[in-house]
Design a protein around this ligand. Structure first.
Ligand code: MN
Length: 442
């Protein structure tokens, strides 16, 4: 079992006591892949005990929380702990988002589990779903069998870019030891067969290859792999050859080595549920993106039809992404002195597109902004690289300060952040952003 700092362990014991003492819960979770995984871990835990639950997904916590039965908040809540304290019913908050003030509760009926208050970095060491998995395993250690769902949440929050670390890693180790999860090394691509996997490879994205039939057929002929071969059945010799070709194509485009290293690595799967962490988190992200979190949760609860439906949603999303990435590859970004940007029509795609084009297509020395014009505002996603962040770039700070200056709002992480500003301030915002990045990186 994972080792926790003493203070955190005590909180988990109080939370487990609440689970034990009541028979019905409201689970309110964040509307994203991690939030769906977290709610699913709790739902499965409660179902095993014949306890009732009602799950709901929100992007923002409602002002007035229902006050009839105990509440469990997952992947959300840290910014509203003062209000949560006032609720009469027991409340457990399992949230890994960093907030400015650290609010603690004084009684055992309100349990606030925030890793940041215990020296654990919630941005990459533990997520909403793995915080929930720890509670589930403390409640009953046989719930290690739910590890797949915890790890999928961490992957959905991009906490495994260079492998799982911190508490996530300890949980993975437990799951491997208990044989709930198995490890296989391979390329991070998936599809009906190897050709389909390359046709639809958008993350990782291979410029000049992904989605391009002629090029893919040429490569598969080169490495002597039959088109119809399932990805997992490609011989290890052929897989290594294919990997070499893909790496070379990325090297030619000056893509940084840590990105190249991340195209191949360990895949984690659960035999019990017949699913891999990678596929599951991508399906959950697709359902969250299309506002069908309930469908995502149904997959985790074992609904085969939900799985099929989510696969179809993901399929069409991947087709759209490939098409957009091709056009970004062909047209390039709009260049300013210190930043580069592009316009995107679909709000929910701009962040991912900015991230992928930053890593795989555009100039690595400038942050990339995806700009989406809405009716009265523009929404902007900003993405950087690790190197830029190491050189002092903090996109979260820039997004917050510059959007506020123009009557908007924004914030986020140093490497990935977002802003919303009134539409008539679009060019002012971009000019100011360009100037500010120049001052930091100049
Ligand atoms: Mn999360």
């Amino acid at each position: 079992m994972v080792e926790l700092p003493k203070g955190l362990e005590k909180k988990y014991e109080s939370a487990s006591e609440i689970l034990n003492s009541y028979n019905k819960f409201r689970v309110i979770s964040h509307y994203d892949g991690d939030g769906i995984s977290a709610a699913s871990v709790l739902a499965l835990t409660l179902m095993r005990e014949n306890k009732g639950f009602h799950a709901r997904f929100v992007s923002k916590l409602p002002e007035n929380l229902p006050k009839d039965i105990p509440i469990i908040l997952t992947d959300i809540g840290n910014s509203q702990l003062e209000d949560i304290k006032k609720i009469d019913e027991p409340v457990i908050v399992l949230d890994h988002h960093k907030v400015d003030e650290d609010v603690e509760s004084e009684d055992e009926e309100h349990v606030f589990i925030n890793p940041h208050n215990h020296g654990i970095n919630g941005s990459d060491e533990v997520c909403g779903a793995t915080l929930a998995l720890i509670l589930s395993m403390i409640y009953d250690k046989k719930n290690v069998s739910l590890s797949l769902y915890g790890l999928a949440g961490a992957a959905a929050d991009k906490q495994n870019i260079e492998g799982f670390i911190g508490l996530n890693e300890s949980l993975l180790k437990d799951a491997l030891d208990e044989k709930e999860i198995t490890e296989n090394v391979g390329l991070f691509i998936d599809g009906k067969n190897i050709r389909d996997a390359l046709l639809k490879a958008c993350d990782p994205y291979f410029p000049g290859i992904s989605g391009r039939e002629k090029e893919i057929d040429r490569i598969l002929e080169d490495v002597d792999i039959d088109h119809e071969t399932p990805v997992d059945d490609v011989s290890s010799k052929a897989e290594r050859k294919l990997n070499t070709l893909l790496v070379l194509s990325l090297l030619e485009r000056d893509i940084p080595s840590h990105v190249i290293d991340s195209i191949r690595g360990p895949h984690y799967s659960s035999k019990r549920y017949g699913l891999s962490v990678d596929i599951l988190y991508k399906l959950l992200n697709s359902t969250a993106r299309t506002k069908q979190a309930g469908l995502g949760m149904s997959i985790c609860l074992g609904d085969k039809n939900a799985f099929k439906k989510a696969e179809e949603i993901r399929e069409s999303y991947r087709d759209e992404m490939i098409e957009r990435l091709h056009s970004l590859e062909d047209d390039g970004p709009i260049e300013k002195e210190n930043i580069q940007y592009f316009f995107e029509e679909k709000k929910e795609r701009k962040g991912e597109l900015a991230g992928l084009s930053m890593l795989y297509i555009f100039d690595q020395s400038k942050p990339t902004l995806g700009v989406c014009e809405l009716e009265n505002n523009v929404d902007i996603s900003a993405r950087g690289t690790k190197k830029l962040v190491n050189n002092g770039l903090d996109l979260g700070k820039l997004c917050r300060e510059i959007s506020e200056k123009f009557g908007g709002s924004g914030g986020g992480h140093d490497i990935a952040s977002g802003s919303r500003v009134p539409i008539d301030k679009r060019d002012d915002f971009l000019a100011e952003f360009d100037k500010a990045v120049g001052e930091v990186l100049g």
